[in-house]
Design a protein around this ligand. Structure first.
Ligand code: 5GP
Ligand code: ZN
Length: 114
């Protein structure tokens, strides 16, 4: 989609540090990391947020979580643990309107996040 930062990253118009890529999903490092490991897993299809998940496109969520399970093993944080975060909409403080899952790891995280 025009003017979407993450679609531009997918297209290669904006550079990123890619961790994993296949025909449906891209995983790359967050530009402003909040933890030693802070990556973003996104669908290549432009889906704005969880609000736009439906019967037709929901298989991508299954695939993204399979990819996260693989990538976190490759990064060596599967044993120490990590957190997956999705921010949705205004109150969720979503700043990029292209569905994405943050994965934070590499340190003991704080809780609660609110
Ligand atoms: P949100 O607040 O929407 O949940 O998260 C958006 C995330 O995208 C933020 O953590 C922000 O640092 C990251 N981000 C925004 N623009 C870019 C960019 O151009 N490149 C990369 N790698 N990350 C970005
Ligand atoms: Zn997009």
């Amino acid at each position: 989609m025009d003017n979407c930062i993450f679609c531009k990253i997918i297209n290669g118009d904006i550079p990123s540090q890619k961790i994993y890529e296949d025909d449906k999903v891209l995983v790359f490092k967050d530009i402003n990391p909040e933890a030693p490991v802070h990556i973003l897993a996104i669908p290549k299809e432009h889906i704005e947020s969880v609000n736009e998940i439906n019967e037709e496109n929901s298989l991508i969520i299954n695939h993204i979580f399979l990819v996260i399970s693989k990538v976190t093993k490759d990064l060596g944080i599967d044993k120490t643990g990590y957190r997956i975060v999705n921010n949705c909409g205004k109150d969720g403080l979503q700043t990029v309107p292209h569905l994405h899952f943050h994965v934070f790891g590499g340190k003991t995280l704080k809780w609660p996040p609110v």
